[in-house]
Design a protein around this ligand. Sequence first.
Ligand code: SAH
Ligand code: SF4
Length: 296
Amino acid sequence: MTCEELKELLATGGENLFARARAIKSQVFGDEIFFRGLIQFSNHCKQNCLYCGLRSGNKKLQRYRLSKEEILSCCEEGGKRNFKTFVLQSGEDDYYTTEKMTDIIQAIHRQFPNCVITLSIGEKDAKAYQAYYDAGARRFLLRHETINPGHYSKLHSGKRKIETRTECLKQLRKIGFQIGSGIMVGSPYQTMDNIIEDIYFIEKLKPEMIAVGPYLTCKDTPFKNRKNGDLKLTLRLLAIFRLMHPNAFIPATTALAALDPGGREKGALAGTNVIMLNLTPQELCKNYRIYDNMEG
Ligand code: SAH
Ligand code: SF4
């Protein structure tokens, strides 16, 4: 699609955008929806992303970590509910050394040999990624957030580089992981041109998963006065990704569900085929506050 066509679709939805996205989804996947069990095992983070409530600069957040046993009991709950994929997500928390992490992955892998282990734990070196893979993890979710270097810099106080992120994605793929990437819709300073650049970046990267959700304000961040991302724009972008990537796993994210009570259903009508459900008991993860009004 040309830049103009994409802009038109994002602005108006064009003709039958959602119906076309749904048709492609059902051609490839039938009626199947894939459920993922999300385990938010630590809210400690050494990074300081300006948009995120887990940033190290947020001193108001009560921090927690789950032990291997607690993580395993979340998986057991998922097993009972017949989940076939566990997504382990956290801030960038060096408490979980490569050894600790591989020990956790191996334990899950031993107990649930038929389940896929997905990690979403941020930027690590290639050696650590390889160790996770060898321990049994097979998917890795690392949103690039924005491919535009100027925009990336504005989201991270100029302290981090988009190249680090794309290099991580490259390493992960080289090791053999199925990768997931994506952006927040409506993140501060984002322009329509940025979104178009991201669409083309994803088109080239061809990740197995495309994770796109609205940016949601968090009151304990420097962006506390910014607005939430737009629901319609998010749904249109999801539908565009479905048209361009018929085989991809595209979740209706927890942020989409938090923005709109019918977010998951609206996402499905726009072509998403994955639902992430939280397996972490509320009393353990109540402080996993990436953004405000996080629902369970
Ligand atoms: N620390 C890891 C994984 C946890 S954060 C990482 O950063 O990759 C997971 C995702 O949450 C991030 O990729 C980001 O896109 C999203 N996120 C962070 N703050 C957000 C906000 N305020 N609104 C919506 N999504 C947010
Ligand atoms: Fe940490 Fe991820 Fe939040 Fe950035 S987005 S502060 S890396 S948890």
